[in-house]
Design a protein around this ligand. Sequence first.
Ligand SMILES: Cc1ncc(COP(=O)(O)O)c(C=O)c1O
Length: 380
Amino acid sequence: MTEPTDTNPVEPVLLNDFRSQWAAHGAALTEAFTRVGESGWLVLGQEVASFERALAAHVGLPFAVGVANGLDALEIAMRVHGVGEGAEVLTTPLTAFATTLAILRAGAKPCFVDVDRSGLIDLDAVESALRERRGRVRAVMPVHLFGHAVDVVRLEAISREHGVIVIEDCAQAIGARSHGRPVGDASELSCTSFYPTKNLGALGDGGALFAKSEPSRAHAASLRDYGQSSRYVHDRLGMNSRLDEVQAALLRSALLPDLSAATERRRQIAARYRSELRSNAIELVPEPAASESVWHLFPVLVRGNRERFRDHLQRHQIQSAIHYPTLTSAQRALDGVAHERFGALTVAQDFADREVSLPIHRYLSDGHVSRVIAACNSFE
Ligand SMILES: Cc1ncc(COP(=O)(O)O)c(C=O)c1O
């Protein structure tokens, strides 16, 4: 394989490649931007409405509501359900801090349960926590982490049997399926993010809720806009969390139409990693049963020294990341804030200690993928 030297620099393999995105979609993005400028309508207009319809149709859920970011989407879902002050919410500690923060911002108490071998919330642990806290837990917030789908059939059964609300965090898994059903399908309201690194990323911040019914859609839509039901009529205390017309136009016209092809490319890369990575120093993370993953990330677990592995990749000009080095339950922000842990969270901690995310995205060439594989396989 090609070793980089001072005289022979090797092109880096990036974790995200926004310049290539611009090279591929710049013309369509510019056209969409111009359309909004020429329309003279900049906030909550036809672009957001059209994008919401296209997005809902793409994922196969009845309604979508565009908001300012994924964190707000989760908070709004909590508020629509009235899960606030004093409510306990079961969630995973292995996620972006936003998942935990949304629970806290709604006034509720995050209660952390461990994850399974795929890094997803352990539904057996959820059920035993629900039995232990009989009646105290109002909601469960699972995260479809890494692009893998948590079992939606089981989530639905848990919701029914234990009388808890499910709010799925789909920020990393747009388009993923479980038992052939879209993620989000087990929730009356589920959430996603269009942060630029996401599988469907805007050119800035953005997010959405998915709603299963019109009343939930309308409630979420009013909360994103000061709680208005119609102009200057405020039925509830809302927030300002509107998706810009510009971002909606960019997403609908240029990026959403490419999402299926982008997902297909991620799946091809994941398939190569899964069949060709064979270093004893790294362990693959299993895709959960019944999940059709969209491979937002490609996590591996390092046996031995994780930093030595990342340095080795860096020497071969391959970027990597850690998702996540600190569990949300161990973040300093939670000091003095009501929260709870069920058990020692040992599997989640093992991910925090050993996980490394390899590059996986639409703009990696076959040559890039071969370089990642060769670099991993030469690590001892
Ligand atoms: C799992 C998860 N939940 C929530 C969020 C929050 O999304 P946003 O950054 O749009 O607020 C993110 C993204 O950072 C995420 O990865």
